[in-house]
Each structure stands twice: as structure tokens, then as C-alpha cells.
Ligand binder design. Sequence first.
Ligand SMILES: *Cc1c(COP(=O)(O)O)cnc(C)c1O
Length: 387
Amino acid sequence: MIIIKFLPYGKHYIDKNDINAVIDVLNSDFITQGPIIGEFEKKLADYFQARYAVVFNSGTSALHAAYFAMGLENGDQIITSPITFVSTSNAAIYLGAKPIFSDVEEETGNINASIIECKMNDNVRSIVPVHYAGNPVDLKSIHKISKENDLVLIEDAAHAMGANYNGYKIGSCQYSDMTIFSFHPVKHITTGEGGAVLTNNSDYYDKLLTFRSHGITKENFYSPPDGDWYYEMQHLGYNYRMTDIQAALGISQLKKLKNFVERRRKIARIYHEAFEENPYFNVLKTNENDSSYHLFPILLKDEYHKKKREIFNILKSQKLGVQVHYIPVYLQPYYLNKGYKRGTCPIAESFYEKEISIPIFPAMTDDDVITVINTVLNTFKKIGGDK
Ligand SMILES: *Cc1c(COP(=O)(O)O)cnc(C)c1O
């Protein structure tokens, strides 16, 4: 009997060095609020060539903190993409702000820079592009729109660790005010759960630090300190801290990021060759040297849209852990109940109808890659008849 292994759409890779790094912290004096957090932050800032990095217990809390740091509040609006995970926009709602969804490009799933300004009004404070699947958005154009409208540009780079844009690393904040990463296990490197905000702005940096820890500070007091024990809570914050256990894993994983991304690019290259000009689906338009290939989406051609559910189920039954990225956020019941309308972003809605993400992760073997290619092409041949 042949045992076929399940291939998820994405998966972490942990080795002996990662495990030993975690064990070292478990044997040390601090498992949280110790020295490893600062070390991880310094390594992140150095690696991505930003002045500051602040780590959090998730990418979602990192987004919440970034929105807080820029001063987002009740009545404000942000403009973002509907083709994202719900937390990009949810985190703005945490602060009483309203997300406005602007439509995407058909070929990339990225927010369409040329139509963002149609959504502009006096309440918009920020633009939050998402580098969908790891393929950077048109940052230069979005940067220009941000400057002209006096907005804060926050990159949701949860998919784009290791990606480049115009010769700069995503995370350097060369064209933005802040960049957020996620360290969830399906993302490029993992800390179990975790996230980070990178920035070159010292004011944002200070706010990110206090927001992570209840709004408490041990310096720059408003009042004269009562004694050495004194601390001050200056605004409402949360307990969004990462542990030192996680940070040690993060430091160890960061060393592998370059290899992880190279492997993902290699797999993407093999897929591109195998799927070139097939009659069933298109692949995402990406720049090979810039994308970090967090996902490998295929986009069904018109005549297959209606068969998506069937195709998805057949792939799944053959142990391909396919997934769909994403249901446009405003079509979620919570958003529809708040008054968001179907039809707001027609390109995003049709993108959703045709998108399926197939497995891509660094630990895939060449045989795994061939298995995916054969399974996918044979499935379509069966569904569509030989073309
Ligand atoms: C994963 C992800 C997040 C949230 O990260 P968590 O670490 O899971 O909280 C935010 N935005 C996008 C686009 C993501 O893919």
C-alpha cells in the first residue's frame, strides 16, 4: 500500500538548533520579560534595516499596536484591501475606526493603487496595503498618495518577510511609516504565535513599547516618582508581550529566513514552468526576485469558476491541503451586519471565486513538488476533459 503524505498549503520548519535555543531559555532565569526579547528586536531591526523593531504576541496585536501608535481613534478611517486576513481591518475596529475596502488588481490580488483615491475623504488617516502572497504592492504610488493626503502608510507584510521592493527589503520602511510581520507557523518564520512592528520613527517606537505592556512606562514620568519602585500607566494598553521562549525560537528561525525564501522561490519557479500556458488556470503575476512566495495561488479560468468547489474537494481528497485566500473581508457576516455591501469590490469578489492556494513551504521535497503538479494537472484533465 502506498501511503500518501498530506501536504498542507503552508507549514513551519523547526530543527534541532531551534529546539535547543528554546531549551536554553527554559533553563535560564527569565522565560518572559528577560533579555532575549531585546536581542530578537535588535536582530530584526538589523536584518530588515529599520531603526526599530518591537515584537508582540501575534501579528494581530502588532497591527493593533501600529494603529494605536499612529493615533487612530473613534471616527477615523483606514483604507485597506478586502483580499486579506480579517485582522488587518479588525484591528482598526478595535480602536473605533472604520475600515474602507478598496478593490484589488485582477492579476496580483494586491490593492490597486490607481483607484485608492476614489475612496479618499477627510476621515481617512491611513492606507494599509497587504503584500498578497508575498508579492509587494506598488509601494511608490501608494507612498505618493499617502504623502499628498497626509496619511500614515502601514504595510501589512504578514506574507512578505524576505520580499524585496525596488532594491530594499520589505520591513525597512523605506516607503512606509510602519511594517508589520506575523510569526504564525504558516508564515515565513515562526515563534508559535507572534508578530512585530518595524519603524524608523522614534515616537511610534515609544508608543509601541508601552502599548504592549498595559500602557505602563518606567521612564519619562508625568509626575515626580515616589521612589525606585515607581511606574506609571499613562494610557490604556494591553498585555501583548511575547515570551523569551518565543523570542529565542525567533532568533534561531531568523537565521534560516534567507534559505527559506530561496527554497520557496525555487518551488515557485518549478510551478511556473510546469503550469505555463495550461488551459485550466492562471498563476499570479509575480516578480521572481522580489516575491517571498508565502502562498502559491492558482486562478481558475472562466469556465472553471463554477466547478471550484468540486475541484477543491478532489484536490483535498488527494491529500493536497489546498485553501482559499481569501473570502473578501467585508463579505463576512460581522461586516455585512455593520452595513458593508456585497458588490463593493467586484474584482476582489471575482478573485475569490477563482482562487485556490496550493502547497508551498520550504520543507517540501522535489518529489512533493512533482506530486502537487501531477495531482493538480490530472485533476483538471479529469474535470475538463483533455484539451
Ligand atoms: C497572518 C496574518 C495576519 C495576522 O497574524 P497573526 O499572527 O495570525 O495574528 C495579519 N494579516 C495578514 C495578511 C495575515 O496573513
